[in-house]
Design a protein around this ligand. Structure first.
Ligand code: SF4
Ligand code: SF4
Length: 82
């Protein structure tokens, strides 16, 4: 999963781009729910939030590093639950 750092300027552009509804407003800036972020695996070749973020504040979440296979499995679980 990816994460949003405190450098976020709350510009709102990433939230509607997420195919998994993983992004929401947190207490001070936007946050990514690691249970819903597939790094866009299953939907797009590149993380859509990273593509649109003007301040490049969306790195890999070091507490939630995953293989491509794990991300694909999460995508399939989210699709099954939808
Ligand atoms: Fe959503 Fe993709 Fe960004 Fe993860 S990488 S938060 S799934 S847009
Ligand atoms: Fe924050 Fe970047 Fe999302 Fe804008 S696009 S709300 S700066 S994470």
């Amino acid at each position: 999963a990816l994460m949003i750092t405190s450098e976020c300027i709350n510009c709102d552009v990433c939230e509607p781009e997420c195919p998994n509804q993983a992004i929401s407003m947190g207490d001070e800036f936007y946050v990514i729910d690691p249970a819903r972020c597939t790094e866009c695996v299953g939907h797009f070749n590149e993380p859509q939030c990273v593509q649109v973020c003007p301040v490049e504040c969306i790195p890999i979440n070091p507490w939630h590093t995953e293989t491509r296979e794990q991300l694909q499995a999460k995508y399939e679980q989210l699709q099954a639950a939808a």
